[in-house]
Design a protein around this ligand. Sequence first.
Ligand code: URA
Length: 443
Amino acid sequence: MRFQHLVDAVKAGEAQPAGDLAQFVEGVADGSVSIEDATSWLKAVHQHGMRTEDTVVLTKSMIASGASLSWGEGPPVVDKHSTGGVGDKMSLVLAPALAAAGCRVPMLAGRGLGHTGGTIDKLEAIPGFNCALSPEAMVEAVNAVGCCIAVQNDAIAPADGVLYAIRDVTHTIDSVPLITASIISKKAAEGLSALVLDVKTGSAAFMQTVDQARELAASMVRTAEGLGINTVAQLTAMDQPIGTHIGNALEVVGSIRVLQGGGSPDTRELVVLQGAALLCMTGVCETEAEARSKMEAVLTNGAALERFRAMCVQQGVEPATSKALINHPERVLGMAEFQTCILAEEDGYVEGYDAMQLAQLARQHGAGRFALEDVIDPLVGAVIAAPVGEAIKRNDPLLTFHHTRPLEENDLRVLKSMVSVSPEAPVSNRRLIEVVDSTSTKA
Ligand code: URA
């Protein structure tokens, strides 16, 4: 094997020669490195980790394997990445809100992974919405309306596409250096000046402990900063679903409610938190208070909603449909044939909903995939009627599950068991756990 010395270096914890690592990545992208050789290297990295310097070389080589967006003079170019959660619809609101607040947002996003939903699957619930944009179409869309949301494609960081597909079937996904290079290469290729990372932790996150989340956050911040992108990571709790709407089409509804100026305070707060961080990092606002109030203003005054509508039209939605969508989203998106409401069995306070159980049930009913070729059912999901902390009486509605095939007895049992009710009001838990930035990652 031509690259055996790289595998040996990884196993010994030694530096991989930068030129050879770059050639290896180039070979992965053009197909001259065999799948077996790429797999040996991935398995070695997955097992032994990789030095920070090599993670930076890997990331730069992945960027060089495809196109990078370039931008003329104008507003700052920003984006965010989330490591994935349940009800995590932030991108749908954040991209247009940041565009309305004076930024350019060329967002690349993915499909659902495991139990977590994907931004692209949600947007594809909107009739006509086209996420398959070329790099040129992304630039055109951002120059026209301030933001776009496109699916990751072969034009940008194609080496990541090949390695990711191999990782998926060789159980080498959960590796901090590999996740770092994969995510940061795609974000850097967008030509960003600032990036906010939402690193989720908790029972329904890939990083279940705060320590794991902190390690991934620090690695991504160090690597992105090394590439000249001003970056902050926010560690946020992912035990409870975010907001009231969960599921692909339902999350579009939940996002539009927030863009209309109402919606779930939980969802709105995360959008404001992430957006305000970017407005401060890019100097659009001088203080956090000013940045927060700018985000609140564009959500309240309809400016973000109008950018969302314009983005939909730019990405293929009929203008009449876009107008109907932002006024009456359910009418445009449709509703599942069956809706099963879970009622409170006793008086008390809602203590929580088990996000992992809810996501797994929704996935079994078609909200997510088990195999690459599975087709998503956009209408499956849930709407929470009584958010965490709310006082409830026996027989009050707690949650409605939306489904397109009848529930089995066990599904009902699971649905009932995922809600916990307490006689005492729970102490309110904030989503934000910790911020990791370049100062906290310095040795
Ligand atoms: N998302 C990505 O794009 N890459 C990873 O490695 C993990 C999540």
